[in-house]
Design a protein around this ligand. Structure first.
Ligand code: SF4
Length: 646
């Protein structure tokens, strides 16, 4: 039967198209339920918010109806947006080919990654002319890039597997929105990024990520703004991430990195082509110095804080004014050089843009916005973020005449979608809550240990390590310890390095992917990590049988964006704890807990080292939002359970 005539039910049935294409395929009712709701949302152009517990098979549940739909009508356009590059690749290279084969579909599909994933030939050529500073490893990497650049078809730097992900070469051979010359680029005809975008625009189904989606929606990248107006279906996987990402793109940012890159590019133009304009070099040097001095006003360690407060201090206000003086000077000098070449014209545009952003960041009295900063060892970024994007986002949804699907394993709080829907203004969306098919009650145990000192007690790390040791021994390693702060993580890591006779892997020792590979390779490893391991990590079977969470993941009350949002809710007469802090923490905890049971045969112990789960009334909201596990407060029970697994 041609795929266009197949119903969703037929495809997912025991003898359907998927059963014929996949060995060991078993129909799952929850998967079919979701697929039918997705199909209805596409047909009727409405919004669906669907939480599908781990193991439901949600990827197939949205891809099958999307493929059936776009095959049935000419020129249909489907956008599938995921949270990470890894998930994008898994969808594109693994899941889509299986479904296309099962449905005998020859539909055009494309994978579009962010700009930083594509080789910029213009910048590679430019770099080779000027030969900036690179150490020996950087130079070796440059040779590898040059060799590869002569053969690559896609320019996807992910192919350069033997270059470290954090190599200094990558920023030099990829473009940013700021430094891309776009239509004025001498390499525009062969530009990999432009080719990839063109392919995406021509395809029926595009796999992108949330950052790209919102760059398009907020018109934050040149050549964008083309995808969303054409979409008939928009599907967000890992949708719990989108309110924060969307806020970022509907806001503004001004960073010393942008100033640094501008100065470097101006110096490069001065050294290679405009050697007669001595003031160019001077102006760039001056701005570079003032931006370095501005960075030094902030502490060295990574930090987030309130820019509105900082700007009221004399030293910060003066440092920021100094930047403006030097940026103005650079603007005056570059203005004289306009039209002498494309690169200097691009620098002029960036200077104008930065001056406009300066005005935004200096006007800290503006309403409805949060002004905050974050630092890295070398740079500081100032942000202006809207407190709510609900109006803008919902207006775009209404205007689109498309079907919108929002799915994730963690969207609901205590069975309700109010928190998620409110953030995006999705008041009329349909809701669907599908439990995981796993039998958590039989497969797992939840331990909330007694007698641990409070989170800020100086003996806390030692007590955590002492409590965790018998569990780790009983599970023979195969354990994750997930922390909410680096401070406690490092303290526990120090204690374990002296007391624990098992391979210890600590976040920061190496790249995340490598750390996970090592964890899986070594049978009895223990991994200590923070935020980035709370989600998107899939370790199955007896490789991971114990997950220990140090405390409930409430966001830091010092977070300036959170503070601003809480003040806003308070002004509206509501309770910020109930409206914002609690739901956010519940979603984060659900993600962390989701690391333990990944398959029908997985078994293990989940440990949450926070009394508030059982002692505070709001603890019930967490408990009711988690899968139903067998509960204990007795460490010995959990040890016994782990011993029984082996
Ligand atoms: S158009 Fe932009 S990304 Fe493409 S080669 Fe030119 S500068 Fe690089």
């Amino acid at each position: 039967m041609p795929a266009t005539n197949l119903s969703v039910k037929q495809v997912f049935s025991a003898k359907g198209a998927l059963a014929k294409a996949i060995d060991g395929y078993l129909p799952r009712q929850a998967q079919l339920d979701m697929a039918e709701e997705v199909h209805a949302a596409i047909e009727n152009q409405h919004c669906l918010i669907a939480e599908a517990g781990t193991g439901t098979g949600k990827t197939f549940a949205y891809l099958v109806p999307a493929l059936l739909e776009s095959k049935s009508l000419e020129n249909k356009k489907v956008i599938v947006s995921t949270g990470t590059k890894n998930l994008q690749e898994q969808l594109f290279y693994k899941d889509l080919p299986i479904i296309k084969k099962a449905l005998k579909s020859n539909m055009q599909v494309a994978l579009l990654k962010g700009r930083a994933n594509y080789l910029c030939q213009y910048r590679l050529d430019l770099y080779q002319q000027t030969r900036g500073q690179l150490d020996a490893i950087g130079l070796q990497d440059l040779v590898k890039v040059k060799t590869w650049s002569t053969t690559t078809q896609t320019g996807d730097i992910g192919d350069l597997v033997d270059i470290a992900e954090d190599s200094a070469i990558f920023p030099l051979i990829t473009s940013t929105v700021d430094n891309c010359l776009a239509k004025d680029c001498p390499n525009v005809e062969d530009c990999y990024l432009i080719k990839a975008r063109k392919k995406a625009i021509d395809a029926n189904l595009i796999v992108i990520n949330h950052h790209l989606f919102f760059a398009d929606m907020a018109l934050k990248d040149t050549g964008f703004g083309e995808l969303i107006p054409q979409a008939d279906v928009v599907i967000f996987d890992e949708a719990h991430q989108i309110p924060d990402i969307a806020s970022e793109y509907f806001g503004e940012a001004f960073s010393t990195r942008q100033l640094f890159e501008l100065c470097t590019d101006v110096q490069q133009v001065y050294r290679t082509e405009l050697t007669d304009v001595k003031q160019l070099g001077k102006a760039a040097d001056k701005l570079l110095q003032s931006s370095q001095s501005f960075r030094l006003l902030f502490p060295y360690d990574p930090q987030r804080g309130n820019w509105r407060d900082k700007h009221q201090q004399q030293s910060f206000a003066q440092g920021f004014r100094d930047l403006k003086v030097d940026l103005d000077f650079l603007y005056q000098v570059i203005k004289i050089c306009i039209s002498r070449n494309e690169a200097i014209d691009n620098c002029f545009e960036r200077t104008v843009n930065l001056l406009a952003k300066y005005d935004i960041m200096v006007n800290t009295d503006a309403f409805g916005l949060s002004f905050w900063y974050e630092t890295t060892p070398r740079h500081v970024v100032l942000h202006q973020t809207p407190l709510s994007i609900a109006d803008k986002f919902s207006a775009a949804v209404v205007k689109s005449n498309a079907g919108w699907i929002f799915t994730s394993a963690t969207l609901a709080v205590d069975g309700q979608f109010t928190h998620f829907a409110k953030q995006l203004g999705l008041v009329d969306a349909k809701h669907l809550l599908l439990d995981s098919p796993f039998d958590y009650y039989q497969q797992s145990q939840l331990l909330v240990p007694r007698y641990l000192p409070p989170a800020n007690d100086r003996l806390r790390a030692q007590a955590l390590a002492t409590m965790a040791t018998p569990l780790i021994k009983a599970s023979k390693g195969a354990c994750f310890l997930l922390f909410t702060s680096y401070r406690v993580l490092n303290q526990v890591a120090d204690i374990f390095s002296e007391q624990l006779d098992m391979p210890l892997l600590v976040q920061g020792q190496m790249a995340k992917r490598k750390l996970l590979e090592q964890f899986i390779e070594q049978d009895n490893a223990v991994l200590l990590a923070t935020a980035s391991f709370w989600e998107g990590v899939d370790v199955r079977g007896d490789k991971l049988t114990c997950v220990i969470i140090d405390k409930l993941p409430f966001a830091s009350p010092d977070d300036p964006l959170l503070q601003a949002r809480c003040d806003d809710v308070k002004r509206q007469g509501s309770d910020p704890f109930k409206q914002i802090q609690l739901p956010q923490a519940v979603i984060a905890l659900k993600q962390g807990v989701g690391r333990l049971i990944r398959d029908v045969n997985d078994q293990g112990v989940m440990v949450i080292c926070d009394d508030r789960l059982v002692n505070r009334p709001y603890g019930q909201v967490f408990i009711k939002s988690l899968p139903e596990m067998k509960r204990t407060r007795n460490l010995a029970d959990a040890v016994k359970f782990l011993q029984s697994l082996s």
